[in-house]
Write a protein that binds this ligand. Sequence first.
Ligand code: ADP
Ligand code: MG
Length: 302
Amino acid sequence: MSASPATAPLVICLGNVVADHTFRVEDIPQPPAKIAARSYSIGPGGMAANAAIAAARLGGRAAFWGRVGDDLNGEPLAAALAAEGVDVAGLRRLPGGRTPVGAVLVDPRGERTIISFRGAGLGTDPSWLPLDRLREAGALCCDPRWQEGVATAAAAARAAGVPVVLDGERSETRILIDLVPRVDHAIFSVTGLANFAPGCSPEEGLRRALACGPLKVAAVTQGEKGVVWMVPGAARAERTPAFAVEATNTTGAGDVFHGAYALAMAEGMPVAAAMRFASAAGALRARDGATPDRRMVDALVA
Ligand SMILES: Nc1ncnc2c1ncn2[C@@H]1O[C@H](COP(=O)(O)OP(=O)(O)O)[C@@H](O)[C@H]1O
Ligand SMILES: [Mg+2]
């Protein structure tokens, strides 16, 4: 992986990193069952970590801020992120902490079943975050798994004029209600938007997000149906259709979308173009089960 040039915009990604153990299986059986996997791999997952890798592969400089434990999974995750060109100076190893882990079961159609352990003993104190680095950042991209970290970093980013993107993924309603007003771009998953605005239609949910703070964009990604987004004052929502691909593994498509979108913001792309750019990155991730590089995404967008 060749490192992006020092002049490339810096995207700081804050939140979750997970040791993902991925099993490809014929089908997902009901218990009791014992089945053989067709293949197995281990690698870094987690929304913000996947977003950081995407930002680096797409030509940005990327840094990851978050926490792991000092157990068997922690150090290899740091090494794997560093091997992707992601700066891990802001990844803390907490003594006695347990690193988040995921078991990802992928069926032949590419649909996934995920069993996740969110980690333990990682603390919530964000006071050690290297907030000074935001001064050289082009965007901050956060997931909701470290609420205190997002609150602290987003406030510093706002003060520095750095756009903040939130991956509004499945979370407790109260966490999303706390975080959404702190960011500039709230881009939800279908479940995340339903958690943020229970009982609302997608468009009502997006309106509610725009009304709760000084947001510039509220959006919901809907897999192969594309992404619906809205800006303040607009009469109605816009839809950016998904690129048609044959999906083999949709794990991480949303994470890659968010990393690509944050990089696009750091590069100063207009919102509609950023939605297309990020959709292409998400589609290629769903097609290949791997994060694309810039050449691939630019080719699909063109
Ligand atoms: N099967 C697919 N075909 C084409 N594009 C996809 C597909 N799955 C995801 N994408 C793209 O990636 C974006 C994010 O994927 P989505 O599945 O909505 O997120 P998440 O993985 O968080 O649930 C979508 O809005 C779409 O642009
Ligand atoms: Mg997601």
